[in-house]
Design a protein around this ligand. Structure first.
Ligand code: 13P
Length: 251
């Protein structure tokens, strides 16, 4: 059975004071044992999160890593091995904000995926279509192409220790959530695409949904057969709301 996972992507939010308050709230949450919970702060706050969450069941991840696994002369980047050294266990790869705003290409994010795994981090590969692509009926084609470029680069077996997050771009930070049926349709397509390469890998890989998940819509989304949890943005900045989403995942 796949364990449910809920990860909070804090994006570029937080000050020392607000992060201290959020971490203190997270530390007090009663979380379901059946759910893997993680937070993904800006890199500036990773050490603080690891120190404050020590002794809890909450894992800490990073939002990005370098294309190289090992430390070296690469100004402004953080190597996946450095993230492991700090205590991170996962890293986002290919978030739509990085694809669209930073211009991260499939080639670059495939290298990051491989670097992350070479260091022992679990990459959380983010894929999703824009509104324009959905309205043109191209959702499955776009998401399928994003996934196949990574399968081609790293091989299907790499997905035994990776997570895939389906995040429709039009649902991120907009308050527009994909309906459970819309999300399930894409999740099922992702799983069947993986199954064409390996039925076993496809059965085991966790597929998270991201895009305006809140406590109020989490139960329905997480109830779908191919949705194994969520990647939460805005709602993860509030400890109580995030805790409620984690509990919804535990139901
Ligand atoms: P929101 O939950 O704020 O829509 O963000 C989703 C997201 O991008 C998580 O990575």
């Amino acid at each position: 059975m796949r364990r449910t996972m809920v990860a909070g992507n804090w994006k570029m939010y937080g000050t020392r004071a607000s992060v201290a308050e959020l971490l203190s709230g997270l530390g007090q949450l009663a979380l379901p044992d059946s759910v893997d919970v993680a937070v993904i702060p800006p890199s500036l706050f990773i050490n603080q999160a690891i120190a404050e969450l020590h002794g809890t069941s909450i894992a800490v991840g990073a939002q990005n890593c370098a294309v190289e696994a090992n430390q070296g002369a690469l100004t402004g980047e953080i190597a996946s091995s450095q993230l492991v050294d700090a205590g991170c266990t996962l890293v986002l790869v290919g978030h739509s904000e990085r694809r669209q705003v930073i211009g991260e290409t499939d080639e670059v994010l495939c290298r990051k995926f491989a670097a992350a795994q070479a260091s022992g981090l679990v990459p959380v590969l983010c894929i999703g279509e824009t509104l324009e692509q959905r309205e043109a009926g191209k959702t499955l084609e776009v998401v399928g192409a994003q996934l196949s470029s990574v399968i081609a680069a790293v091989g299907i077996e790499a997905f035994t220790s990776a997570v895939v997050a389906y995040e429709p771009v039009w649902a991120i930070g907009t308050g527009l959530t994909a309906s459970p049926q819309q999300a399930q349709e894409v999740h099922a397509a992702i799983r069947s695409q993986l199954a064409k390469e390996s039925a076993e890998v496809a059965r085991g890989v966790r597929l998270l949904y991201g895009g305006s998940v809140k406590a109020a819509n989490a139960v329905e989304l997480f109830g779908m057969p191919d949705i194994d949890g969520g990647l939460i943005g805005g709602a993860s900045l509030n400890a109580d709301e995030f805790g409620a989403i984690c509990r919804a995942a535990g139901n």
